[in-house]
Write a protein that binds this ligand. Structure first.
Ligand code: PA5
Length: 454
């Protein structure tokens, strides 16, 4: 079960200055929202619309190929290294962190049911790359290099380093330790995979990086570490059916998108905070930050995403949330049942912390979430809450797919193209110029001149 509640953003709870007259707004936007949902679903199969991610839950063929590959290599590797950046890594990090047993990489092989450890190298800090390579035995490591374009400098530089080391250690057998995930037709990685004979998975056409977590981009690493990718698909399918509903009252992605949009344009809430009360969900806001920022930050429009984790960030951000500028809409993610219960022993009863004894850490987490929510209402700060029963493949897929559709609908409300990132591409071209990529020499000199003033 997944529930969505928004009453704490209503005028009746947090007042006219900061709250919305939600029922009136819903009625006013009902037909526009209905058109947006119909339109997205009509356009999704058209080439070039970049909406194929809406079909990923139904991709039985990929599911089959990924499962086949995972069972072929089962037991052969102790480690997986995923090379990728942005949309090619963040979804994988968020899902594995949420679904694998906590501290997975520290568990013994038996405790991991023989599945490998998993490491994501999503940054090019030479110290962390070297640090990881120092501790892993590459012979027992499968490298999944993921880049849709096939030539992203950050990913491919790391791949060049590791591919070279693999060949030195394994001779001709090195290619068996590489699986590439990239575009079907284009790109350098595609060529290399053919030339050198790596196992290859495709990122489907019209699926952008930040919407690709449920394509082979995520499914391959998930299956390799033993996650149930069929349950993931079921979660997306069920959510997709729900989100086809054109009635705003019944469509929680539309509700979330509209409330974020109206809070921005009518109430000046320029920051959208995502705050799960679960440590296992701590990378979901990280993934969401990219999804929301790259999709909606265009033409001077969009909301700034901000990550927060309950309860830790009560001790870093809550002062600002309650008492700083009232410019944020905070979305909580709450979990009804944690997988385990942690009892607090009845000790130190003679001290000021004695009241904690006999309770559970679960009780404390819930009390903290409730108190944060109420204190925000006390300060007339708008909030919404997504609640899931538990953290498992089905529910995590539902939350993430919901946030993807919410982003697409928000893009339509802002009247921007949520599926490109022109302002990032400009900086990528500058990187090529600085690093001497052929064809970029002209802009290199101009760039050097500009850098003198920076
Ligand atoms: O959302 C996006 O499209 C980007 O964040 C990309 O995922 C990121 O730039 C990596 O690109 P690629 O997969 O081509 O290496």
């Amino acid at each position: 079960m997944l529930e969505f509640s928004y009453k704490n953003s209503d005028i009746s709870i947090i007042g006219e200055e900061n709250g919305l007259n939600i029922e009136t707004e819903f009625n006013e936007y009902a037909s526009q929202i209905s058109d947006i949902i119909k339109n997205l679903n009509q356009r999704k199969d058209k080439p070039g619309e970049r909406l194929q991610w809406m079909n990923l839950g139904y991709n039985e063929e990929t599911l089959w190929y990924v499962k086949e590959f995972a069972s072929l290599v089962e037991g052969r590797f102790d480690n997986i290294i995923v090379l990728g950046i942005g949309g090619s890594a963040l979804g994988g990090i968020a899902v594995t962190e949420a679904l694998l047993k906590p501290y997975w990489n520290l568990l013994t092989k038996e405790q991991r049911n023989n599945f490998p450890r998993i490491f994501f190298l999503d940054n090019i800090d030479p110290d962390s790359v070297n640090g990881l390579l120092d501790v892993l035995d590459l012979k027992k490591t499968l490298v999944n290099v993921i880049t849709k374009s096939g030539d992203t400098a950050e990913t491919m530089s790391q791949f060049m380093v590791i591919r070279d080391l693999l060949q030195k250690e394994l001779g001709d057998e090195y290619r068996k330790n590489i699986v590439a995930t990239t575009d079907k037709k284009m790109g350098i990685l595609r060529q290399l995979a053919d030339q050198e004979g790596y196992k290859i998975f495709y990122v489907p056409d019209d699926v952008g990086g930040r919407f690709s977590v449920f394509s082979s981009v995520g499914l391959v690493p998930f299956a390799l570490v033993g996650l149930d990718i069929e349950k993931i698909m079921n979660g997306i399918k069920d959510m997709d059916l729900e989100l086809k509903n054109t009635d705003i009252h019944q469509n929680i992605a539309a509700l979330g998108a509209l409330l974020n949009y109206l809070m921005d344009i009518k109430k000046g809430k320029k920051i959208s905070v995502l705050m799960p009360y679960s440590n296992r969900l701590k990378y979901i806001p990280h993934w969401f930050t990219q999804l929301w920022a790259e999709s909606l930050g265009k033409d001077g429009r969009g909301l700034t995403p901000l990550k927060a984790i309950g309860a830790s960030d009560q001790h870093t951000l809550l002062q600002l949330f309650n008492d700083g500028p009232n410019d944020k809409l905070i979305t909580f993610i709450r979990v009804n049942e944690f997988e385990t219960t942690l009892e607090i022993p009845k000790i130190f009863e003679y001290t000021g912390i004695g009241y904690l004894g006999g309770k559970t850490v679960n009780d404390l987490m819930n009390a903290e979430a409730n108190s944060t929510l109420v204190s925000l209402v006390d300060h007339n700060r708008p909030t919404m809450t997504i609640t899931i029963d538990r953290i498992d493949e089905y529910h995590i897929a539902q939350v993430m797919y919901l946030l993807e559709v919410q982003t697409a609908i928000a893009g339509e409300l802002y009247n921007i193209n949520a599926f490109n990132q022109p302002a990032v591409e400009q900086s990528i071209n500058y990187i090529y110029a600085l690093m001497g990529r052929a064809g970029y020499d002209g802009s290199a000199e101009e760039l050097r001149q500009k850098m003198l003033f920076v």
